[in-house]
Design a protein around this ligand. Structure first.
Ligand code: ARG
Ligand code: ZN
Length: 467
């Protein structure tokens, strides 16, 4: 395969693409073919995403055997070209590719790090809808984050824990791995009978044949790639619904059922409470995946079904469910605005705690993890709205983020604040946005100039003394 890839790569390098003889070059309406950009230019992860097209849908079909860790997969991407393309990239860190087609035509391809470089022939015109079908097989990799955490395809003793924030999705499917390119997803996962494969969205079918079960999951609302999962293992499955009728699917490692029972039992109440504060739940199903994965050690807000690597506390359950509004539906345009995810989800847990008779949000604001930290603490030396890729999941986006929201609430008053966070969820539903837009919305909701407020809380280092 190395030789075949080298040949494919050679064909791409330094050879200007021939123009088709459809119109004189430069004539009005003549296609102007060029290569799509290799990334969307996110400063934290410059290779993420791709230029020249938008993904509409992923169809990811695979068989996986936990015993051998072998995957056989075919991913079909439906995309629309946003420029005339003679070459484009996908992000992919998965195992060996045996075949790649653009529409019905086999296409040359090369791999370079996480870039999968594709040469479609015929070339693609701007506005054209096209499919890319990638066939691959082998063991998908575990990816290590800038902060040292494991993500991607993480084998467990009975399957795999699958999580992709911020850069694990290309471990198991090719695509455009940046939060700004949301798409719908369908998964077809075939696993040994008795094992469950749990994906985002709704279970369409579950069929067993010849000792293997195929689970088909459909994620009808748009999703960022980092929120995709098909987690595999022995699971105790429970299906129910919230009081307002949202289906709940929970898959819990049998070894964690007892310890997780309390947090799982709170899902309906949490969804109902957050719906009352943040507005309608943004997806057509909810649930949770609780999968023993000691080497992972974190939870993630995988869309519709957050995933936990150990039995969660109620607070962690609330945090991950709050992300369904803030993170999954309303998603940052760039990773440096991660506080829009983590600060909101953290503040949501403060509200939940107060709602259920625990500490008030004001008391949590004041405690020693938050404003009670000494001004000399290094905690105050990370900038909220640009923490860096190593500290994006450190305490600052979470705690300083939640403090910023609580301080804002104090500044603009409860009425304006709660209208703001509801409108924020509604206006940016299933979209992408940033800190500057949040400031504009906060100023609109309050009628106040909040430049100095956000300067102190979001853009400067140091413990805010007054705001
Ligand atoms: N967004 C997750 C949460 O707070 C945390 C993900 C941590 N991931 C990581 N690679 N460190 O709910
Ligand atoms: Zn979070």
């Amino acid at each position: 395969s190395g030789a075949a890839l080298a040949v494919a790569a050679g064909a791409l390098i330094g050879v200007p693409a021939a123009q088709p003889a459809l119109a004189a070059p430069g004539a009005p309406g003549a296609p102007r073919y060029s290569a799509g950009a290799a990334g969307v230019g996110d400063p934290y992860f410059p290779d993420q995403g791709n230029g020249g097209f938008d993904v509409q849908h992923y169809d990811i079909a695979f068989a996986y055997d936990p015993a051998t860790r072998h995957m056989d997969a075919v991913t079909t991407i439906t995309a629309v070209a946003t420029q005339d393309l003679d070459q484009f990239n996908l992000d992919f860190r998965g195992p060996e590719i045996s075949e790649l087609k653009v529409d019905k035509h086999p296409a040359a391809f090369a791999r370079d790090g996480q870039e999968l470089i594709v040469t479609p022939r015929p070339k693609l015109k701007s506005g054209q809808v096209f499919t890319v079908t990638v066939k691959y097989a082998g063991t998908p990799p575990v990816i290590t984050d800038p902060d040292g955490s494991l993500e991607g395809w993480v084998p467990t003793d009975d399957g795999a824990f699958v999580a992709g924030e911020p850069q694990g999705a290309p471990a198991w499917f090719p695509g455009s791995d940046h939060p700004t390119d949301k798409a719908t997803f369908t998964f077809h996962a075939t696993v040994p009978e008795g094992i469950t494969a749990v994906g985002n969205g709704s279970l369409v079918s579950q069929t067993t044949e010849n000792g293997r079960t195929t689970f088909v999951w459909d994620s009808a609302e748009p999703m960022a790639t980092y929120l995709a999962t098909v987690t595999i293992g022995n699971f105790t499955v429970t299906e129910s619904a919230t009081p307002s009728g949202i289906p709940i699917y929970t898959a819990v490692d049998p070894r964690l059922v007892t310890q997780s029972a309390n947090a799982v039992s709170k899902i309906p109440d949490i969804i109902e409470y957050f719906s009352s504060v943040f507005g309608p739940y943004p997806f057509s199903s909810t649930g949770a995946i609780i999968d023993r994965a000691p080497n992972v050690g974190y939870a993630l807000e995988t869309q519709t079904k957050p995933i936990f690597s150990s039995s969660p506390s109620v607070g962690t359950m609330a945090h991950e469910l709050a992300h369904q509004w803030y993170g999954d539906s309303v998603t940052p345009t760039k990773w440096s605005d991660i506080w829009l995810n983590e600060g909101f989800a953290t503040y949501a847990t403060w509200l939940w705690t107060e709602h259920t008779g625990g500490a008030t949000a004001q008391q949590t604001f004041n405690n020693s993890s938050n404003y009670g930290r000494a001004a000399t603490s290094s905690f105050w030396q990370t900038v909220l709205a640009d923490p860096g890729s190593v500290d994006m999941f450190g305490s600052v986006p979470y705690n300083r983020g939640a403090m910023t929201l609580h301080a804002l609430r104090g500044k603009i008053g409860d009425t304006a604040f709660f209208k703001l966070i509801k409108d924020w969820a509604a206006e940016n539903r299933h979209g992408n946005t940033d800190t500057a837009a949040f400031i504009r919305s906060a100023e609109k909701a309050s009628g106040m100039d909040l430049t100095a407020f956000f300067d102190v809380w979001a853009f400067q280092k140091g413990k805010p003394a007054s705001w």
